[in-house]
Ligand binder design. Structure first.
Ligand SMILES: *C/C=C(C)/C=C/C=C(C)/C=C/C1=C(C)CCCC1(C)C
Length: 232
């Protein structure tokens, strides 16, 4: 790959910045696993896997961007297809750290996120009508948001007596509703409202990933440390 990153390429710079932040976050989550109680370790492992998978995709996306000024949709979606279900499963894992959670909660979150992404991909790659795919993808998102806002997961959370988990749950919920709204907005402007500026879209996606992958993991880490220390 030819090297032609310049300071006049803010998108290329943001790809570099986020890829390095993802590597550092991965090391952090894996090392910090040692510090927390056993029941929290899986949550931190999954946080580290999310940032690891994203880091590898960012290396490729960064190189493609710097060489061609474009960013392949396929790479973003392959990343999302792995990381988004893992992020949703974190709700199950965080609740499971402190109480018994039925397996169907895990399946609802997993299937809802796969439906959302499957239709988004079908729409972006013209396998399906763009608007119909968007509506069905939005329905998948609405389903998981409902599940964590009002559904079974939310009721389990409301019944807990663990303030650390409830605080993490609240911030994770804010990520999934507000932080995640960036992606359907990008799809809407990119494919339905006359096309979006590729530079703008990539910077916005990169910043969104920083919040939704790294900050999301830090929220869980903070709860895990606070909860483990409270029992030390
Ligand atoms: C780390 C990457 C994350 C958290 C990506 C999240 C992606 C979404 C929430 C995508 C949502 C979409 C819809 C709600 C409608 C259809 C189009 C999508 C796939 C962009």
């Amino acid at each position: 790959m030819t090297y032609n990153l310049t300071s006049a390429d803010p998108v290329g710079m943001s790809f570099w910045l986020i890829s390095m932040a993802l590597v550092a976050a991965t090391a952090f989550f894996f090392i910090e696993r040692d510090r927390v109680d056993g029941k929290w370790k899986t949550s931190l492992t999954v946080s580290g896997l999310v940032t690891l998978i994203a880091a590898v995709h960012y290396f490729y996306m960064r190189d493609v961007w710097v060489a061609t000024g474009t960013s392949p949709t396929e790479l973003r979606y392959i990343d999302w297809l792995l990381t988004v279900p893992l992020l949703m499963v974190e709700f199950y894992l965080v609740l499971s750290a402190v109480t018994k959670v039925p397996a169907r909660v895990f399946w609802k979150l997993l299937v809802g996120s796969i439906v959302m992404l499957g239709f988004g991909f079908a729409g972006e790659t013209a396998m399906m009508n763009v608007t119909l795919a968007f509506i069905l993808g939005m329905a998948g998102w609405a389903f998981i948001v409902w599940e964590i806002f009002k559904g079974e997961a939310s009721q389990i959370n409301a019944g807990l007596s663990n303030a650390n988990v409830q605080k993490a749950y609240k911030w994770m919920l804010i990520c999934v509703t507000i932080g995640w709204s960036i992606y359907p907005i990008g799809y809407f402007f990119g494919y339905m409202a006359g096309g979006a500026d590729a530079e703008m879209l990539n910077i916005v996606y990169n910043l969104a990933d920083f919040i939704n992958k790294i900050a999301f993991g830090v929220i869980i880490w903070a709860a895990a440390v606070a909860d483990s220390d409270s029992k030390a």
